[in-house]
Design a protein around this ligand. Structure first.
Ligand SMILES: CC(C)(COP(=O)(O)OP(=O)(O)OC[C@H]1O[C@@H](n2cnc3c(N)ncnc32)[C@H](O)[C@@H]1OP(=O)(O)O)[C@@H](O)C(=O)NCCC(=O)NCCS
Length: 188
């Protein structure tokens, strides 16, 4: 955990709960992956409200601050001009080992299970790698099985745990992955 940083969240609403709100459509078709634009904020935050309950939900102010950091990238997954998911990564380069940290990744319940999360992971990793990060890491609620599977499938390895990170009795697992710098065209 980083002192002064917002905690990463753990508890989520289940897809079944979201479906119970009446949205039964599953989204398919080509999904566009692009960087965040200021006009996206309302829809992005609506997804935050669907995915997380207080106290794990970021406030609007925190979310705006995370997105606006100069050393960060927010990727959007969009389908039919609707936001289906997003992910925020930030990086720190003034250390012995430049690193990146995943603040959040969120996919609309009806759009899960179609590879959107995995593709968002690829995009934030590429941004972090292009910025110069050598390693990327994250916290995840030890009970969040879908997220843990996504990280493991994406090549992340367990690097310890933090007791009570998400509140009394709720531990975080730490996952990390080395980032491979892509060869520049001149070095081929
Ligand atoms: C964690 C989360 C981001 C994963 O997003 P996702 O878009 O469902 O992720 P993927 O589609 O890449 O993978 C999910 C599953 O679908 C499967 N899948 C992916 N593409 C598929 C396809 N075309 N057909 C069938 N299954 C597919 C994956 O293999 C994976 O299966 P598994 O969970 O059994 O391993 C999503 O569950 C979520 O938003 N959760 C709430 C927020 C949260 O907890 N975020 C993480 C902490 S901040």
């Amino acid at each position: 955990m980083r002192p002064g940083k917002p905690r990463r969240r753990g508890d989520t609403e289940s897809p079944d709960h979201l479906n119970a709100r009446g949205a039964s459509v599953r989204y398919s078709g080509p999904v566009l992956y692009r960087l965040y634009q200021p006009d996206d904020f309302a829809a992005l935050y609506a997804l935050e409200e669907l995915c997380f309950h207080p106290p794990h939900r970021f406030s609007r102010a925190t979310m705006r601050r995370l997105i606006a950091q100069p050393q960060a990238a927010t990727w959007i997954a969009e389908d039919h001009a609707q936001i289906r998911g997003f992910a925020i990564v930030e990086w720190t380069l003034d250390t012995a080992e430049p690193s990146a940290y995943i603040q959040t990744i969120e996919v609309l319940a009806q759009a899960r299970g179609q590879g959107v999360g995995e593709e968002l992971m690829r995009h934030i990793e590429r941004s972090a790698c292009a910025a110069g990060a050598a390693v990327i890491w994250l916290h995840v609620d030890a009970r969040n099985d879908p997220a843990i599977r996504l990280y493991q499938r994406s090549g992340y390895q367990a690097h310890g745990r933090r007791a009570d990170y998400y509140g009394q009795g709720t531990e975080a697992l730490i996952f990390a992955k080395a980032l491979q710098q892509e060869p520049s065209p001149t070095s081929i």
